[in-house]
Design a protein around this ligand. Sequence first.
Ligand SMILES: [Ca+2]
Ligand SMILES: [Ca+2]
Ligand SMILES: [Ca+2]
Ligand SMILES: [Ca+2]
Length: 138
Amino acid sequence: MAGNADTDGDGVCDGPEAPANGVCIAGPDAFPLDAAGAQDTDGDGMPDRLLGASTSVPPLVEDLDDDDDTWSDVNETLCGSNPILDTSMPADTDGDGLCDALDDYLDLPFTLNYPTQFVDLFANQTMEPFLPNVTGDR
Ligand SMILES: [Ca+2]
Ligand SMILES: [Ca+2]
Ligand SMILES: [Ca+2]
Ligand SMILES: [Ca+2]
């Protein structure tokens, strides 16, 4: 460790401080012995980003959900939330897993009630409009 602030030479320091000679940026490097990975936001052993070939055994696998909030990085980027902050999640009003920004259909549950079960029909008379009461869709 002493004398080499960046063991795997990926430019991210092993520890949280960058040395004055500027060989690396402040870490810590979550994978100090593997240049392919540096950051692991959710600490699950899978790097946020995989740069080049992993030298670990077994090799590192890129984390597709860096903050482990169940929203994939790709989705979070498209939906405008922060992919490395687990408190930042896309708005999904109807909870179908497609964020509001990408969701063309707001399929919220609703209830539909008719005011009566019976309609009286009379010859030569316009029938009363038989309209349901719809609640909960907005
Ligand atoms: Ca490093
Ligand atoms: Ca991870
Ligand atoms: Ca996520
Ligand atoms: Ca949705």
